[in-house]
Ligand binder design. Structure first.
Ligand SMILES: Cc1cc2nc3c(=O)[nH]c(=O)nc-3n(C[C@H](O)[C@H](O)[C@H](O)COP(=O)(O)O)c2cc1C
Length: 197
């Protein structure tokens, strides 16, 4: 498969960047080809703008969005890597999702969250968090994110299967971080094929 990894972190030495690299190494070890979209390094503009609204009304697609959509068109699997910020996506990922996966290109209805205009792609969300798993589960954050993302967002994009791979406690000990990087590698190594339509 061809695997596209979207990284959202300004620091090339961050844990998130290391997680993305380990995921890609795992995917390569499984025989896949890999491609990285490093949104900060590439200066992606996450602001939803009038050009995006015009595009929805069948004018031309903004050139920066065309580049992202061409990347997606090449991919059989997509992995988004971003740190959990305020129990949600950081602004860069949020803007990338808002602008790139547009109405009329990714989806054209809101009744069926499993129906997309895009062909099926294997989808992984690889998310470093400050919180530990017990904190996220006990307080209901995990089920809230699962509902918002797994159920309410990524089906519209054609991600099937889709997997929430949380890297809990990524600010923890060196041993913990090493185990989380191994988890990232394994997520790439065991990447599922897209489900058939
Ligand atoms: C602005 C901001 C908001 C954050 N919000 C959360 C949060 O809601 N829940 C959580 O578990 N961690 C939160 N964190 C911690 C980050 O998820 C953590 O720093 C990150 O996983 C570490 O990865 P990095 O070293 O690649 O930055 C937040 C961090 C920042 C800077």
């Amino acid at each position: 498969m061809h695997v596209l990894t979207i990284l959202d972190h300004p620091n090339p030495s961050s844990f998130s960047a290391a997680a993305a690299q380990h995921f890609m190494d795992g995917a390569k070890a499984a025989g896949h080809t890999v491609e990285l979209a490093d949104l900060h390094a590439e200066n992606f503009d996450p602001r939803w703008s009038m050009a995006d609204i015009d595009a929805e009304n069948h004018a031309t697609v903004p050139p920066d969005i065309q580049i992202e959509q061409d990347r997606i068109a090449r991919a059989d699997a997509i992995c988004l890597v971003f740190p959990l910020f305020w129990w949600g996506m950081p602004a860069m990922t949020k803007g990338w999702v808002d602008r790139v996966w547009s109405w009329g290109w990714a989806y054209d209805q809101l009744d069926n969250p499993d129906q997309s205009l895009q062909r099926p792609r294997s989808g992984v969300l690889l998310i470093p968090t400050g919180a530990r798993s017990n904190e996220m589960e006990a307080d209901g954050y995990l089920s809230a994110l699962d509902t918002a993302w797994t159920k309410g967002t990524f089906g519209y994009f054609g991600f099937t299967p889709r997997k929430l791979e949380i890297l809990y406690g990524s600010k923890g000990s060196p041993e913990r971080r090493k185990a989380l990087l191994k988890q990232s590698y394994n997520a790439g190594l065991t990447l599922a094929s897209p489900n058939k339509m």
